[in-house]
Design a protein around this ligand. Structure first.
Ligand code: RRO
Length: 306
């Protein structure tokens, strides 16, 4: 058997296959459709200070090899999350990473502080500074080095748990944003969130997404995700979590070779919520077949021409 174990900051994970924010609810709902106990980790839907209905429909549309969403941060809000979801994690062996989104620096801090003051076994936080579908906050932070560094360092002071900043591909220089988050004290970076996209129904000339723009995910964005991960890998010393278009073990291996210590499977969960488990088994076989040994020895080992 290959060694699938990996390490992000101070946390050891049994395997590098996590499920991505927005594709797995708050963690436990999916247990009726899939075995959630063997996943490397589960990242929750973004939690905001107050409950949100999200954007009006249509807010999801399929595109070639991809999916466009404009959910608009629909979620139950941090109070209900602490009351109803966190207690369910006591029964779960899979590490939970809570994804947090805010519209101001103070709001991100308040959500994290409220969660820290509740008793929980959450492994860490993924901070969403890259949501393309809301007017205030979200991506505003993730496109600005100073705001990213400042937000990260304020959050760093509030928790000793894993602090992961989730980066946007919708920037000129993703490596510079990664460096800013590292300087602010992040333990790790996840990349990428979705790419801004559009889809139009030519029969009635209407946008297939209510507000026009959405976030593109799925296999269509895998090459972009790989390039972003490798650019950030070359620029920082903290671990990376690769996201974007992963559907099979070979995709995982590509992300690891590009520089990721773990990955998040997202859009593929909509087709098969148990795909993460299939990928874990497939990854074990793939590494064994190629005598590749361990995930940790493969991180960033892509060979580039000189
Ligand atoms: O809820 C959303 O519309 C959403 C979020 Br928070 C995000 O981070 N990325 C995305 O594609 N959609």
């Amino acid at each position: 058997m290959a060694d699938l174990g990996t390490k992000i900051g101070i946390v050891d994970f049994e395997n590098p296959i996590f499920v991505a924010s927005g594709t797995y609810g708050y963690g436990t709902e999916v247990s009726e459709l899939a075995d959630i106990n063997d996943l490397g980790a589960i990242v929750t839907k973004s939690i905001t200070r107050y409950p949100r209905e999200g954007n009006p429909p249509p807010r999801i549309v399929e595109t070639p090899s991809g999916m466009l969403n404009s959910i608009g941060l629909a979620n139950i809000g941090v109070e209900a999350y602490i009351e109803t979801m966190i207690p369910l994690y006591e029964e779960l062996k899979t590490p939970i990473i809570m994804n947090i989104a805010g519209s101001t620096e103070a709001e991100y801090c308040e959500i994290l502080e409220m969660t820290e003051s509740a008793s929980s076994n959450i492994a860490g936080y993924e901070i969403n500074i890259s949501c393309p579908n809301v007017k205030a906050g979200g991506m505003e932070f993730g496109v600005d080095c100073d705001l990213t560094e400042q937000l990260t360092s304020r959050l760093r002071k509030l928790t000793e748990r894993l602090l992961i900043m989730k980066l946007s591909p919708n920037v000129t220089d993703i490596a510079a944003i990664g460096i800013a988050a590292e300087r602010g004290g992040a333990d790790a970076l996840s990349a990428i969130n979705t790419l801004v996209g559009m889809s139009i129904d030519t029969t009635n000339k209407e946008s297939n997404i209510h507000f026009g723009f959405g976030g593109l995910s799925g296999p269509a964005i895998k090459p972009v995700g790989l390039a972003c991960v490798h650019k950030v890998y070359q620029a920082v010393d903290i671990p990376l979590i690769g996201i974007g278009g992963i559907t099979c073990a070979n995709d995982v291996l590509e992300y690891v070779l590009a520089g990721a210590a773990a990955v998040q499977v997202g859009t593929a969960n909509y087709r098969d919520p148990d795909v993460g488990n299939s990928i874990i088994i497939e990854l074990d076989t793939l590494l064994d077949k190629n005598n590749m040994g361990s995930i940790l020895n493969l991180i960033g080992k892509v060979q580039l021409g000189s």
